[in-house]
Design a protein. Structure first.
Length: 269
């Protein structure tokens, strides 16, 4: 996984959420939410439990279809794409509750992130040529080489053949990040990547998130409850409360927003 030169922050909008509303029966999860994400930035979404943060990510990556509003990716507007179509556009996702294959090895879990990149068909993959010949064999070798680079980048070489279910929670989170990176996303959606981690694990994950952003130019959209993490690594922050947007700006602006202080932070910083 060759790293490009460190990108400069820009004002170019890569992802735009416009007037999104989502309801489940009579329960409003999101009400008229609008914000944008600039290319190469780390954009945080914060708010109390039940504020609608994960619902917002689910709308972006096609899990939920909002009743109102649109989402644009590089100027292309969509409202009814499924998760696979969104992934094919270049948007990858990690989940708050890990969705890894616990009985499979680290490398095999990461290989599942390469499925969208595979060009050979099922027949070619099922009937491989001996001695490494054939398109399917060559393709698998190339994908495994890419995955090995991710393993090196995330510093999990010692666990590459270990079943994921046997790893500590913090390392499982790192594998989840690796599987998303295997998709070579332009935008990476991270749903509470530091949840349940100790201080050292959080520091490691923060470092990897920043390195993914800086070295590979990946735009990050991050949900996180740890305010110290959010204020340290984010370029801009959007704040939700009861499914409504109550703040949007730089970490300093959000930290000093009276409505945000009242609803979420509790006291002025």
């Amino acid at each position: 996984m060759k790293a490009p030169a460190s990108p400069e922050r820009s004002d170019q909008v890569i992802l735009e959420v416009k007037n999104i509303s989502l309801a489940f029966g009579g329960v409003k999860a999101l009400t008229d939410i609008s914000f944008d994400v600039r290319e190469h930035e780390v954009r945080a979404i914060i708010g109390p439990n039940g504020a609608g943060k994960s619902s917002m990510l689910n709308c972006i990556n096609g899990v939920y279809i909002p009743q109102r509003g649109t989402i644009s990716f590089r100027g292309q507007t969509f409202s009814h794409l499924n998760s696979r179509q969104v992934a094919e556009m270049g948007v990858a996702r990690t989940f708050q509750n890990l969705a890894l294959f616990k009985g499979m090895s680290v490398i095999d879990n990461l290989m599942t992130g390469r499925n969208l990149k595979m060009q050979t068909n099922l027949f070619q993959q099922a009937f491989r040529m001996p001695f490494g010949w054939g398109a399917a064999n060559r393709e698998e070798v190339a994908h495994r080489e890419f995955v090995e680079h991710i393993i090196d980048f995330l510093e999990i070489q010692a666990f590459r053949k270990t079943a994921v279910g046997k790893l500590p929670y913090g390392l499982q989170k790192r594998v989840d990040l690796g599987r998303a990176l295997a998709m070579e996303p332009q935008v990476l959606l991270l749903d509470e990547p530091m949840a349940g981690m100790n201080v050292e694990e959080k520091q490691d994950m923060c470092r990897f998130v920043l390195e993914v952003n800086a070295e590979f130019g990946t735009t990050i959209v991050l949900i996180e409850h740890d305010m110290g993490v959010v204020m340290d690594i984010s370029d801009r922050v959007v704040v939700l409360d009861y499914g409504k947007k109550i703040g949007d700006g730089t970490p300093a602006e959000v930290r000093n927003n009276p409505e945000v202080i009242s609803a979420y932070l509790g006291t002025s910083q």
